[in-house]
Design a binder for this molecule. Structure first.
Ligand code: PLP
Length: 403
């Protein structure tokens, strides 16, 4: 049994600490701009709950930003994925292919619907699920007349876009619906190829984003579903509002959910979206600075950057070579001693007993990435001084073990 005091919640720590030896958080929100004004507006107008002008404004401004026709706000990213699967009418035992290297919020909604996840190994180029593995399996099934999965849920890990050009073409060819879990990748885009200029979350039939406290834009907690299909958008809104029919009567025509985002949360979201370009610029500058500092450190690999993609570096994550004398756990511990928060990436789903029974595609790439990966402080407000402290601590730790 885990005791409450053993659970550390880095995302809940305050960003503002000024002592030279303060704890540097992994990733905390930056609440500037119009945040206070918009929240005060909610209070002044009494619109603090699930009805109010900020919800619609947030949806409108979000869809305009990513370039989808519609966006429906939800209470979390997990709820957004659940709604996406309900929109597909996922049936018990329908299969959904998704990355094994992802957060549990990607897979749990499949299980809410008694679907069957198929856990796909990662590729080294982007750390995302391997398109060639998925495509080979779709082709094999077509050859042998085996039922195809209902959907592929492509997860954009740590802010780096997935390869979708060949994957979406294969999905189209075999009648499989592509949905995107873009929870970690708001602002990430394709810069070459068929989807050049397009944002993640707008290529598949449905995209899902999260606004949890550690995300690049936060609403405290929240999510959103994006789509170009008006009928799907309407049904998504219906499902998130208990499937209640319009009118004064409480009349519901299917089983829905209370997945609404409150006006208060949406007000925070509107203020955050105004700051997003600034957050992205900062995230990318932080990543560049880390890249430069670590470029010549033996045993350290900097995060992936495919030349066709523009990552947000939501979580800046290095990878330590397995043969290196200092492993990820030791570096994590050392940074902790220096009051620097860091964190391993998601435990691959297939390594956890509750998910291990589901079928898998591919080999051990996700496990090896997991074994070596450590995410470093990268809040958009991270100061140069704090970043220097992180760089110095890592350089010293690696030098000590090398020597
Ligand atoms: C890849 C991924 N999918 C889904 C989720 C679920 O989002 P939420 O925490 O808002 O429910 C998250 C993260 O939090 C995530 O990182």
């Amino acid at each position: 049994m885990i005791k409450a005091e053993q659970i550390r919640l880095p995302t809940q720590q305050s960003a503002v600490e000024n002592s030279p030896n303060h704890t540097i958080p992994l990733s905390v929100p930056s609440l500037g701009g119009n945040t206070r004004r918009y929240i005060e507006e909610c209070i002044a107008t009494n619109f603090v709950s699930s009805v109010g002008p900020f919800v619609e404004r947030f949806e409108r401004e979000f869809s305009a930003y990513v370039g989808s026709k519609f966006a429906v706000a939800c209470s979390s990213g997990t709820a957004a994925i659940h709604v996406a699967l309900r929109l597909l009418d996922l049936q018990p035992d329908d299969e959904v292919f998704l990355a094994t290297l992802t957060f549990a919020g990607s897979v749990n909604p499949i299980l809410y619907e008694r679907g069957r996840p198929v856990l796909v190994d990662s590729e080294r180029e982007t750390w995302n699920q391997s398109s060639p593995l998925i495509i080979a399996e779709l082709e094999r099934r077509a050859r042998l007349g085996i039922k195809q999965p209902r959907a592929v849920e492509a997860v954009h890990l740590l802010g780096h876009p997935c390869e979708l050009e060949t994957l979406s073409a294969a999905c189209d060819r075999f009648g499989v619906t592509l949905i995107e879990d873009a929870a970690e990748a708001l602002g990430a885009r394709y810069i070459r190829g068929k989807y050049a200029g397009r944002h993640v979350g707008t290529i598949g039939k449905i995209g899902c984003f999260s606004f949890n406290g550690n995300k690049i834009v936060t609403t405290g907690g929240g999510g959103i579903v994006t789509t170009d299909d008006e009928a799907l958008a309407r049904r998504a809104k219906h499902l998130t509002t208990q499937a209640r029919l319009p009118g004064a009567e409480y009349f519901h025509d299917e089983v829905g959910y209370n997945y609404r985002l409150t006006n208060l949360c949406a007000a925070l979201g509107v203020a955050q979206m105004e700051l997003l370009p600034q957050f992205l610029e900062r995230k990318r500058a932080i990543a560049k600075r880390y890249d430069r500092a670590f470029a010549n450190l033996p045993g350290v690999t900097v995060p992936p950057r495919a030349d066709w993609a523009e990552s947000t570096h939501w979580y800046y994550t290095i990878s330590l070579a397995p043969e290196f004398s200092l492993d990820r756990k030791q570096l994590w511990k050392r940074l902790d001693q220096e009051r620097i928060q860091s964190r391993p990436i998601w435990t691959p789903l297939h390594l956890m007993p509750i998910y291990a029974k589901y079928p898998r595609l591919g080999g051990e790439v996700a496990e090896s990435l997991y074994a070596g990966a450590l995410s470093l402080p990268c809040s958009s407000d991270l100061s140069a001084t704090d970043q220097d402290r992180v760089i110095a601590a890592i350089t010293a730790a690696l030098a000590a073990t090398a020597g």
